[in-house]
Design a binder for this molecule. Sequence first.
Ligand code: HEM
Length: 418
Amino acid sequence: GAAPVALRQLIPAELLERGEGCPFDPAPGLRGLRGQGAVQPLELGNGARAWLVTGFAEAREVMGDLRFSSDRVRYRDATQMGADEVAAQAGAPVCPVPVEARADGMFIFMDPPEHTRLRRLLTGQFTVRRMKALEARVTEIAVEHIEAMRAAGTGADLVPAYALPIPSLVICELLGVDYGDRGSFQENTAIALSSASTDEERARAGGELYGFIARLIAAKRVEPGDDLISGLIHDADPPLTDAQLIDLTLVLLGAGHETTANMLALGAFALLENPEQLAALRADPELVDQAVEELLRYLSIIQLGVTRVATQDVTVGGVDIPAGATVVLGVPEVNRDPRHWDDPDRLDLRRERAPHLAFGHGVHQCLGQQLARIEMRIGFTELFTRLPGLRLATPATEVPLRNDMLIFGVHSLPVAWD
Ligand code: HEM
């Protein structure tokens, strides 16, 4: 068969650093596979063989087929590969806690039936009532941050001023973190999840976060509030252990913070770089829901982070994947499969609605997608209505891209307004 493509070629790097190519397109190595097979052999960093899926139908099939496992702890030895390897290649920490320590409640890395119970407990907490209450808070948080930016001048870095604090504060709301603790909570989360931190800094911030969450859970056991942790403690029968509660909290933090922050910042960047699309959104604010879906598809920020392990021999798209093999889903290319989308490389807010795979599919499909959509809808709306004449304050080629990370985005986004 064809020579395997090397994983490192699938991460956008040098081209974009030289200001060539479109920062919103899949990495040239990944995009270059278009028109070839939807399932391709892949060589991981240590030379091990894996499989890469670039076709939409095939990716949906893999995500929906429980013969492909998410259990990185159990299958780690069989494969010596998995998400951590992919993450290490990309230079990104996926989670502040090492994989061996995560067996209790890290349901994102579990298969049914263990996965089912924990996921159900958590989805039960994302009630309509709680989401409605959060929606009002998201608006307040967004408006507060924009007003602070306006009060300080006519320019700012959108990442620390807007994109990072929104999801961070929303998670504080969800978990019931006291206002007084939010500063250190935000700071430690940022350090624990940043590739700019040293291993020591990450370990220290991760440790502090772990201790903080443990104390938070202990406090909620004694004095329950209206928050998700109190709800989990109340609703679980049999009761959840502290270790499980800590893990569930860390999953929410790991999955909900950087993803949303990068969608907000990169989404704003993409709209500013597509002025006719932004004008359409400004002319018709009702377009925002469609804009959110199209940006999710177009940007597909979780680049190579969705992976599975085949638990038996499975044929996908005519390719035999052997038991024990790691499968990497090339979501940015999957969401631009020309067999599924017309003119896939165009950002088109008026595109006919069709499901994308930016939130995954199947039993692990993003549990926070409702909340993520609320944050993006409100985040973009307030940003583009409250800051007239919003524009980039630096040439687009100088915006520092997070192209060395598992989650794609920008390190900073200098903007100005009138
Ligand atoms: C799972 C994307 C925001 C919580 C996932 C998965 C994807 C994804 C692709 C599937 C992973 C897999 O199949 O292995 C995103 C994107 C987001 C976002 C692009 C932002 C735009 C959020 C938020 C939260 C959240 C805000 C929570 C507050 C979760 C959880 C899972 C998950 C708990 C694991 C579900 C399971 O394993 O059953 N997300 N997510 N996500 N996401 Fe999100």
